[in-house]
Design a protein around this ligand. Structure first.
Ligand code: GLC
Length: 465
């Protein structure tokens, strides 16, 4: 299959996935698979729409993105309702759907109260801010964001992210399944994906806030938080062979302010697989870090987004790409890219997933391979001058995606099998593939959603390890 034909086929499917509301395009369905029960795959998911939106912005089809942003502002909850089962102010929906009553259309949003397991979509409001900035960068229409409704929406999100909390960490504390991995997978606490999105969202907000009194106060809060946040991630989440050696020789139960093993990570918690798997060259950010607990699994979206947002230092970003290269057979396999590595199995699978039959080892969120991740990989690769890795991923995926009808995910240690319950014609698989191509052809478009090293926050004061 020639590249152009493949791109044309993907573009046609993307066009067909568009949802119309009052005759205006407002989003895309998650999948167009007539052979399976649609559940909520006929809805527009905020996170799934992002790669499609970026494709549209790059192609100059900015209307659909504008309409999406305008409509989602009206869906955001802006007041606390006494019922505890209602979404808190600031939250953006996981997904929404166009419904009709008589000849009137309306949007029905799901904030997790209908979702399987009632998971909270915390990433939605973060993606929303990242996309809003991308829209402004692509169109120059800053006046949209300066509208009262948009400023209020930003304030509500900032309030929920930066407001008073019990925590004494700069990272964001969230429940399990609050992001792309929206089923129990032991990603509660301080999961990397949320942290990387939180960072990119805060940097977006800083550019979008009107610098009036309220806006300035938020900018100060953001800068205070990001200074310690960036230090926390770069210093405490980073894993490479030197760091592993240090943890291996950590003392436990140290008391006081100046201890080395601040989070009391016991050496015995280093999983056996990691001592062999960690390459001599490169490293990655751990999946999670909290008191007495480090999740040593490699999570793709969080690591790649950390590079894209310059949350990692330049050296760390290069290190992550080196690790992906060194461990390509595990992480890229026969279908880039693994959502996380390795899978949890046996008793750990029973405890962590609650014996979830969809998240069995090497399937779906539990070590499955998700083609949508190719766009993150391409963007991160271009950021650090490793386009060879992005090209490699596209070369592996391209021959299969169309033939397999753009599956949602693949199964197996090397991603050879189409996912057990994968939807076909999954929109973000299609859009992710197109976006990877568009970025490769025109790398400057990365600036729509990427960030340079921060010079504004107190980040400059980060001590060296
Ligand atoms: C699954 C994925 C989630 C995605 C949704 C729609 O629930 O885990 O990340 O948004 O499907 O595609």
């Amino acid at each position: 299959m020639k590249r152009d034909k493949l791109v044309k086929a993907a573009e046609k499917l993307l066009e067909e996935s568009i949802i119309y509301y009052q005759q205006r395009p407002v989003g895309t369905v998650a999948a167009q698979d007539s052979e399976q029960e649609s559940l909520n795959y006929d809805q527009c998911f905020v996170r799934d729409f992002v790669p499609a939106a970026l494709v549209f912005l790059i192609q100059g089809k900015t209307d659909i993105v504008r309409n999406f942003l305008v409509e989602t502002v009206t869906l955001q909850k802006q007041e606390r309702i006494i019922d505890c089962y209602q979404p808190p102010p600031g939250l953006m929906p996981a997904s929404f759907k166009v419904e009709s009553m008589g000849d009137k259309e309306y949007l029905n949003a799901d904030f997790g109260e209908q979702a399987i397991g009632r998971v909270t979509p915390i990433d939605s409001c973060l993606w929303w801010m990242i996309l809003l900035r991308a829209y402004v960068k692509a169109t120059g229409e800053i006046s949209l964001v300066h509208q009262e409704e948009f400023q209020a929406a930003l304030h509500f999100i900032l309030d929920i992210c930066l407001g008073p909390q019990f925590e004494m960490f700069p990272t964001l504390l969230v429940p399990d399944g609050a992001c792309m991995i929206d089923r129990p997978m032991g990603v509660e606490g301080y999961p990397l994906e949320i942290q990387a999105l939180f960072y990119a969202a805060m940097r977006s907000a800083r550019e979008l806030l009107l610098p009036n009194e309220e806006g300035k106060a938020w900018i100060n809060k953001i800068n205070n938080r990001l200074g310690s946040f960036i230090f926390h991630i770069r210093f405490y989440y980073w894993l490479d062979i030197q760091q592993l050696n240090q943890i291996h020789r950590h003392k436990g139960d140290e008391f006081g302010e100046d201890v080395v093993n601040k989070f009391n990570i016991y050496p015995d918690s280093i999983p056996n697989w990691l001592t062999e798997w960690m390459p001599d060259r490169g490293g990655y950010l751990a999946g999670n870090l909290g008191p007495g607990r480090m999740d040593f699994r490699f999570f793709a979206l969080g690591n790649l987004m950390a590079i894209i947002a310059s949350l990692t230092s330049e050296e760390q970003s290069r290190g992550i790409m080196d690790l992906i290269e060194e461990r390509a057979s595990d992480l890229l396999g026969r279908m880039p890219m693994k959502i996380c590595f390795p899978a949890v199995e046996g008793l750990a699978w029973q405890i962590i997933t609650g014996s979830d039959p969809k998240n069995t080892p090497w399937s779906y969120h539990n070590g499955g391979s998700w083609p949508v991740l190719i766009w993150f990989l391409m963007a991160a690769a271009l950021m650090v001058g490793r386009e060879d890795l992005g090209d490699k991923a596209l070369a592996i995926a391209s021959p299969r995606l169309l033939e397999d009808q753009w599956p949602e995910y693949y199964d197996g240690k090397n991603g050879r099998l189409i996912g057990k319950a994968a939807r076909k014609n999954q929109t973000w698989t299609i859009a992710g593939f197109l976006l990877a191509h568009l970025l490769r052809e025109n790398p400057s478009q990365i600036s729509l959603f990427s960030f340079a090293e921060d010079t504004e926050a107190a980040a400059c004061a980060i001590p060296q390890r």
